[in-house]
Design a protein around this ligand. Sequence first.
Ligand code: LMR
Length: 394
Amino acid sequence: MLSRLSPQVPDKIIALMQAYAADPRGDKIDLGVGVYRNADGHTPVMAAVKTAEHRIWQDQTTKTYTGLEGDRAFLDAMAGLVLGQAARDDRRAAIATPGGTGAVRMALDLVRLANPAAQVFVPDPSWPNHAAIIGFLGLARVDYRYYDTVARGVDVAGMLADLGRAGPGDVVLLHGCCHNPTGADLTPADWAEVTAVIAKTGALPMIDIAYQGLGQGVEADAAGLRGLVETLPEALIAASCSKNFGLYRERVGVLMAVTPDAATRDVTQGNLSNLNRQTYAFPPDHGARVVTQILADPDLRAAWQDELDGMRQRVQALRAGLADTLRSRSGSDRFAHIAAQQGMFSLLGASPAQVEQMRAEHGVYMIGDSRINLAGLSEGNIPRVAEAILAAGL
Ligand code: LMR
């Protein structure tokens, strides 16, 4: 039986993590996978997480199962964090999931249950696992224009034109903030236009928000999706706590469905809980409980928010530092987009051969489409990264 299997094409982000780990050079620089690093190149456990874990360790008296949907307090806390006041409780269904990827997978599984013929409209480019999961589930994918590689910003007109081709029964996938891999986000006015186009088509919006708090701040980063949820009858929202709580390996995520009415909510909730049951029964709880502790305690929440604000400011400073160094060394403004964009990523616009040259000759690792994780930089290695970029002919 197993000899019938065909080899899988490795995910490019995971393959790069492995190549980096195998490189013996002591001065290699990892701008690959999207994890936050501090000035020492370390991905620390956030202080609020440590405190919450300590409290759980002291107070928790059982590890028996939660509900299939996860812990209700976690789902409510995450609805508050992501949606704010945007959807009434009786219009909201939700499940806890293993990370944001689990939420994306469950969202697309739900779409397949509702309409196996759905076309999923995906920004070009997008996080590679979006297309991989859509393909794995046998759903149809339509790429819509998103990034203008010449202007190095969102191609809003192209995006609106392409989204206008969606119809009822289709899905429009949007990045809530900190677009991965481009760092180019919609403005509030763009969100309003995108919302209006989706409203006309009758398609279901699905928002993947994995970097809330790392763009402009926790509230500002959710404003676009909140406006959309207030306007449209339905939406799916996949949220991750990997980056903004630093809980990567604990796998903490949530899938929320906003429904037109309470009756649809009940049926949707039943389907979501059943999807969890079929896939892994109960979602993981430890990390979700940590997040709940933090969000429910005003002091802990304030401490978390401060630390997250500091992380965001550090990434913005690294963006500015790299853009400035490139400007002064190249005598040109062609890297200004790096300072202007948001979140962890930007695209350098390098060819695969140039990406390979930077890796082989300078030990600078980035994804093959030339996505760099700005949070992988440090004040000390910016000059070397700038040198590698310019030496590659960019
Ligand atoms: C990334 O894009 O690097 C992260 O979201 C990690 C992942 O799972 O790909």
